[in-house]
Design a protein around this ligand. Structure first.
Ligand SMILES: Cc1cc2nc3c(=O)[nH]c(=O)nc-3n(C[C@H](O)[C@H](O)[C@H](O)COP(=O)(O)O)c2cc1C
Length: 210
């Protein structure tokens, strides 16, 4: 199937049936997250994979009681860095040098530029920048899940401060940004499952500048 057909198939599932997603599928979805592009390649976020039913039950009330939080197989929590620090920036540049096996002056100059800019900025501004990167990886996960026929619910409808508290994220220098329940739709309970996907026509979305 063409990827575009998978994207037409996918939708934000409103009810899931509890069926488990195989580890192989989960690993591929997480690999898509890992491969997602990020600004300066910093990958300023982490992903929690929650399978524990008690923890899912604790999260549900702070996520507008959305049923897929508990009916899903795996609940992904995207959490962005709360700030850019020298250590965090250096870690990614050092990792790049280690993996590529050489240092490059242009790359080192770029490191210095980031070190001279990001850590001095307001933490909230840095968090917002890091948070934007999670949305890119989020879409990679959604796309890969669709490619594998795994249903999911993109979810911003939750109280991030409450979720951070449940998962102890602030202590780790992280703040939750997005949830992605993964599983299989419950066709009988999901009011959206049989409805036609609605999107603007291309003419309202794209302008050609020649
Ligand atoms: C960032 C983001 C946050 C969303 N939050 C929720 C949510 O909390 N609960 C929900 O049921 N759907 C949520 N959605 C799903 C959208 O409502 C849905 O993608 C949109 O209406 C288009 O429909 P479709 O994805 O089913 O084709 C979210 C989608 C995105 C991209």
């Amino acid at each position: 199937m063409e990827l575009i057909e998978n994207l037409k198939w996918r939708y934000a599932a409103k009810a899931m049936n509890g069926e488990k997603v195989t580890q192989e599928h989960i690993d591929l979805i997480l690999e898509a997250v890992r491969l997602a592009p990020t600004s300066s390649g910093l990958q300023p976020f982490e992903v929690m994979v929650i399978t524990n039913d008690e923890i899912k039950e604790k999260i549900k009330p702070v996520a507008w009681n959305q049923s897929t939080v508990t009916d899903c197989s795996h609940l992904l929590v995207f959490a962005a860095w709360d700030n850019y620090t020298e250590d965090r920036i250096n870690h990614m540049f050092d990792l790049t040098n280690k993996i590529r096996g050489f240092e490059n002056q242009g790359w080192e100059d770029y490191r210095k530029m980031l070190l001279g800019t990001y850590p001095q900025r307001d933490a909230e501004l840095n968090f917002e920048h890091a948070a934007r990167q999670t949305y890119i990886a989020f879409m990679a996960a959604i796309t890969q899940a669709a490619y594998e026929g795994v249903d999911n619910t993109p979810m911003e409808g939750f109280d991030p401060a409450a979720l951070d508290e449940i998962l102890g994220l602030r202590k780790k220098g992280l703040r939750s940004t997005l949830l992605l329940p993964l599983g299989y739709k419950d066709v009988d309970k999901d009011w959206l499952a049989s409805l036609v996907k609605v999107r603007k026509p291309m003419s309202e979305l794209v302008s050609l500048v020649e």
